[in-house]
Design a protein around this ligand. Structure first.
Ligand SMILES: Nc1ncnc2c1ncn2[C@@H]1O[C@H](COP(=O)(O)OP(=O)(O)OP(=O)(O)O)[C@@H](O)[C@H]1O
Length: 325
């Protein structure tokens, strides 16, 4: 019988210490081995498995190698992006936050759980692309911005998701969050506006690490935002901070800055509530045009992307501080 110890040592070397449980299953030289692929991207796993198998098969007495791949189910850090009401730019912020975090080195994915208006496929330039199944799980759709994404818009027929209630919405969210995310460790989740079923499922089942709340500056939007904030606070989900969107409009012709929705309301509200203010994104034609064209402003070098980078830097610092705790 071939000696196991030298084979185990070869396997350790070939896999960078990821193998265990090496044993012969029969007298004919069938070898079984466990390969821990935790933290490896999907594309890295197969080559490693092949290398290990080839290395072992090259040894005398080994006729077949059965590799069992295992991976620890890692807990994803979820950042929920919410708003009190629709149309305040929550999806725009979620997309750009994800892209900007990626640029800052965070391994981030994006989940579009906005069943009333899934807009991430458009924002991330992957409209019409359906996610494939990887085993029993969905494989996130890649894009040019390095932020794999899954959207309710990709798993439901157009207009169908809006009718989802409680269990259906919960199941959809489950599929999106519990997908085959590979080496992604942080998920930005674009929630529907308000405080409905999806928010409750998100909070109860997937416990976000923190929430970013988006509001426009006017009082009514801020009142709605306050409701979204209290939902998270009641569930003990920390509020990472508040973002003021569509604040201040610079006229493309004369350059004069006006404030159609007011300005500074969200910052003042954050102060009153004892929350961090993450930043202000101006109302800008550039942001609207780039977003509708499937190019998140944070992906380019145009100055319109800068506010998103500043906000993402604060969120990244929050994530780093949380890790250090
Ligand atoms: N700062 C901005 N400047 C200009 N246009 C913006 C800005 N933020 C968002 N928009 C535009 O406003 C519209 C609504 O934005 P978005 O879809 O992000 O809002 P939302 O809060 O996610 O809405 P919903 O809840 O309906 O999904 C989009 O056309 C978007 O391009």
């Amino acid at each position: 019988m071939t000696d196991i110890a030298p084979l185990a040592s070869i396997a350790t070397d070939l896999s960078g210490g990821r193998t265990s449980g090496l044993r012969f299953l029969d007298e004919q030289g069938t070898l079984a081995i466990v390969l821990d692929v935790t933290g490896l991207a999907e594309a890295e796993r197969k080559p490693l498995e092949d290398k290990l198998r080839a290395g072992l098969l090259a040894r005398p007495g080994v006729a077949e190698v059965r590799v069992a791949m295992t991976a620890e189910k890692k807990a994803l850090t979820i950042i929920a992006v919410g708003s009190g009401k629709g149309g305040v730019g929550k999806s725009t912020l979620a997309a750009n936050l994800a892209v900007a975090l990626r640029r800052q080195g965070v391994k981030v994915g994006l989940v579009d759980a906005d069943i009333y208006g899934p807009s991430q496929p458009r924002l991330m330039d992957s409209e019409g692309v359906k996610p494939e199944a990887r085993g029993s799980k969905l494989a996130p759709v890649p894009n040019a911005y390095g932020v794999p994404m899954l959207s309710t818009g990709q798993i439901a027929a157009p207009g169908q998701a809006i009718a989802w209630r409680g269990p259906m919405a919960g199941k959809a969210l489950e599929q999106l969050v519990d997908a085959s995310w590979g080496d992604i460790d942080t998920l930005v989740v674009d929630l529907p506006p308000g405080t409905g079923d999806v928010q409750l499922t998100m909070i109860q089942r997937h416990k976000p690490a923190g929430a970013v709340i988006v509001s426009t500056p006017q009082d009514l939007a801020l009142m709605d935002a306050t409701r979204a904030i209290s939902l998270f606070e009641q569930a003990e989900v920390p509020i990472i901070g508040l973002v003021e969107n569509m604040a201040g409009y610079a006229c493309p012709h004369c350059g004069e800055v006006s404030d159609p929705f007011g300005c500074g309301g969200a910052e003042a509200a954050a102060q009153t509530m004892g929350l961090d203010f993450l930043g202000r994104v101006p109302l800008s034609m550039g942001i609207r045009l780039a977003s509708d064209g499937g190019v998140p402003p944070a992906a380019g070098t145009d100055p319109v992307g800068e506010p998103f980078h500043a906000i993402a830097a604060k969120v990244a610092a929050w994530l780093a501080a949380r890790k250090g705790r």
